[in-house]
Design a protein around this ligand. Structure first.
Ligand SMILES: NC(=O)c1ccc[n+]([C@@H]2O[C@H](COP(=O)([O-])OP(=O)(O)OC[C@H]3O[C@@H](n4cnc5c(N)ncnc54)[C@H](OP(=O)(O)O)[C@@H]3O)[C@@H](O)[C@H]2O)c1
Length: 214
């Protein structure tokens, strides 16, 4: 299975680190282009290669790791998914510039964390995401923890739990295998309608739950 990662920021780079640590191959892409990832690639070693967004999007399993506000532009420009697996690693939040008025807005309960929730009109975020990837088999994963812990799957004498959720059993099985290969302990939260809202930031009941399987 070829793996593509779109986004080389906190989430994309740390998933790439987790894969590289186990010798897994992946193509990573970002908005600025392959040359901008030279330092990251030197750190990650030979199994991770930089590509264009189209090359990463062409993989069998494609992790989308870009800010929520970039999703529509990114996903509307990609070729048909043709039943390939897309992992939604996103959360519906805006990262605030610490110097912006939003960062000091007393009506924003998340201002202290440097984020603002995006109003999706009562929908959960993967339901919105699903509409942007017609023809893909969607699995939500990698989104519910601080991405910096992902390259350290072993913790406190056990394995870090990573949730995943989706409607296609075969796609979930592939993502489960991927999560297992990185060394963490995958936990299936069931169909997208059930699991995805639980694990999404900022308000999902299991968001930021950092469980260790002993
Ligand atoms: N940070 C975390 O700990 C964490 C944890 C779980 C989930 N998430 C979620 O993961 C997503 C990414 O967050 P992040 O913290 O990784 O953000 P980030 O550090 O700001 O990185 C964002 C990445 O997305 C790329 N990008 C932006 N617009 C793009 C476009 N139109 N096409 C292709 N690539 C584009 C950027 O490319 P350039 O590098 O070229 O600018 C950058 O590599 C968000 O939805 C976030 O909620 C984050």
């Amino acid at each position: 299975m070829k793996i593509g990662i779109i986004g080389s920021g906190a989430l994309g780079s740390n998933v790439a680190r987790a894969l590289a640590n186990k010798g897994l191959r992946a193509t990573i892409a970002n908005k600025s282009g392959p040359a901008s990832m030279a330092t990251l690639l030197a750190e990650l070693g030979p199994t991770i290669t930089a590509g264009t967004i189209e090359q990463a999007a062409n993989a069998d399993i494609v992790l989308v790791a870009v800010p929520w506000v970039a999703l529509k532009t990114l996903l509307s420009g990609l070729p048909a998914w043709n039943n390939r697996i897309v992992i939604d690693g996103t959360n519906p939040v805006i990262f605030l510039d610490p110097d912006s008025p939003d960062a000091k807005d007393p009506s924003n309960p998340l201002a202290a964390y440097g984020i603002k929730a995006i109003n999706l009109g009562g929908k959960y975020s993967s339901a919105v995401f699903r509409e942007l990837v017609p023809g893909a088999r969607l699995v939500k994963a990698f989104n519910h923890l601080d991405a910096r812990v992902l390259p350290q799957p072993e913790a406190a004498g056990g394995r870090r739990t990573l949730f995943y959720s989706g409607d296609d059993a075969a796609a979930k099985s592939e993502v489960r295998k991927l999560l297992e290969t990185t060394g963490c302990f995958p936990v299936d939260l069931g169909p997208l309608d059930v699991g995805a809202p639980l694990m999404e930031l900022p308000f999902g009941a299991l968001a930021m739950s950092n469980f260790i399987k002993i």
